[in-house]
Design a protein around this ligand. Structure first.
Ligand code: SF4
Ligand code: MG
Length: 340
């Protein structure tokens, strides 16, 4: 299948007075045409910085791209100028954020906001863009689009505003849609409707999606591939079934336990104990070791290389080391290096 996006060995840091914040380390993944890839983790796992890094929305400085490539339409986005990036963000990569109110302009009608990109990037005149705006509102399931197109964001409910965001993001027919916690601010029923809408549009328009979320329920609904991040590092990645039915990393096990039960909407089962790491001073070795019930001595010293579990399924955990016992018997520190 056609690869829409290839991220290779991405490493992004923030250079602050307090030191280097390693926000993203060793991230590699592909997004194929029409595919949805989820990046999952708790808040503080580095997943939002990851999406912002891909879009080049982090300020440089203090942000710095230390390593890697982000290949989109044959170009390495890291090497593009701000101006070239702006062009891409408005036309071939669309974005949806958690809170539409902070990203929508309260002083402009939604019609004008959808039209902007169409006029700027697709050479439409005002009338053509307005007509397309009405069609987009209809596509995202907003009733009375001819009337609604002339209204302002505050005249829409939270769920309807998120639909407007999706309409803006998709108006220019982007190849890739990046959605950062698109349903987090919405109530459960509306969440389900927005996810259904995204799935529907994904198949209708063949758009590829990167969805950033802390919620494995969302992942199960929409994604084909899953990347689990912790402290700015990928700890496990695989296809949806790998992550749900054959997870290999203790952090993934913890996330799966905190999937809301279907019978008690929004209620969370036991979540992972302890707090997410401080990216400024992440724990040594495997950053999950202070919270991991299986931590061994070597876990505090060295971050494990990737172990290949199956096609596309990789995990970084010392439990995969041939000499590790699943009961967590300590490995000899400095013992045989794991071959990946
Ligand atoms: Fe736990 Fe060690 Fe695996 Fe990290 S490497 S998840 S601390 S067992
Ligand atoms: Mg976030």
């Amino acid at each position: 299948a056609e690869k829409v996006l290839q991220v290779k060995d991405l490493e992004v840091s923030f250079l602050t007075y307090a030191g280097e914040v390693k926000a993203v380390r060793g991230l590699s993944f592909d997004v194929e045409k029409g595919e949805a890839v989820a990046i999952v983790g708790e808040s503080g796992s580095g997943k939002s910085v990851t999406s912002q890094s891909i879009m080049k929305l982090i300020p440089t400085p203090p942000g710095v791209y230390k390593n890697g490539e982000i290949i989109f339409e044959g170009k390495d986005l890291i090497k593009l100028s701000n101006k070239e990036m702006e062009e891409i963000r408005g036309s071939s990569i669309g974005m949806i954020f958690q809170d539409p109110m902070t990203s929508l302009n309260p002083t402009m009608t939604v019609g004008r906001q959808i039209s902007e990109g169409l006029i700027k990037h697709h050479g439409m005149n005002k009338a053509e863009a307005l007509k397309r705006s009405v069609e987009m509102l209809e596509l995202v399931g907003i009733p009375n689009p001819e009337l609604r197109v002339k209204q302002y964001p505050h005249e829409f409910s939270g769920g309807m505003r998120q639909r407007v965001m999706i309409a803006i993001a998709l108006a220019c027919s982007p190849k890739l849609l990046i959605a950062d916690e698109p349903t987090t601010a919405l109530d459960v029923t509306i969440q389900a409707q927005i996810l259904d809408l995204m799935k529907d549009l994904q198949s209708k328009l063949d758009t590829s999606i990167i969805i950033i979320t802390h919620d494995l329920g969302v992942v199960a609904d929409i994604a084909q591939k899953v990347i689990v991040m912790y402290a700015g590092q990928v700890v496990e990645q695989g296809y949806l079934d790998d992550i749900f039915y054959n997870p290999q990393h203790p952090y993934t096990w913890g996330l799966l336990k905190s999937v809301p039960r279907l019978d008690s909407k929004g209620h969370r089962l036991d979540s992972i104990e302890g707090t997410p790491p401080d990216l400024l001073a992440p724990p040594s070795g495997c950053p999950f070791h202070p919270r991991c019930p299986f931590a061994m001595e070597i876990c505090t010293k060295e971050f494990p290389e990737a172990s290949i579990i199956g096609p596309g399924h990789k995990v970084h955990c010392w439990l995969q080391h041939p000499q590790a016992s699943k009961e967590g018997t300590p490995l000899a520190v400095g013992g045989a290096k794991h071959e990946s």
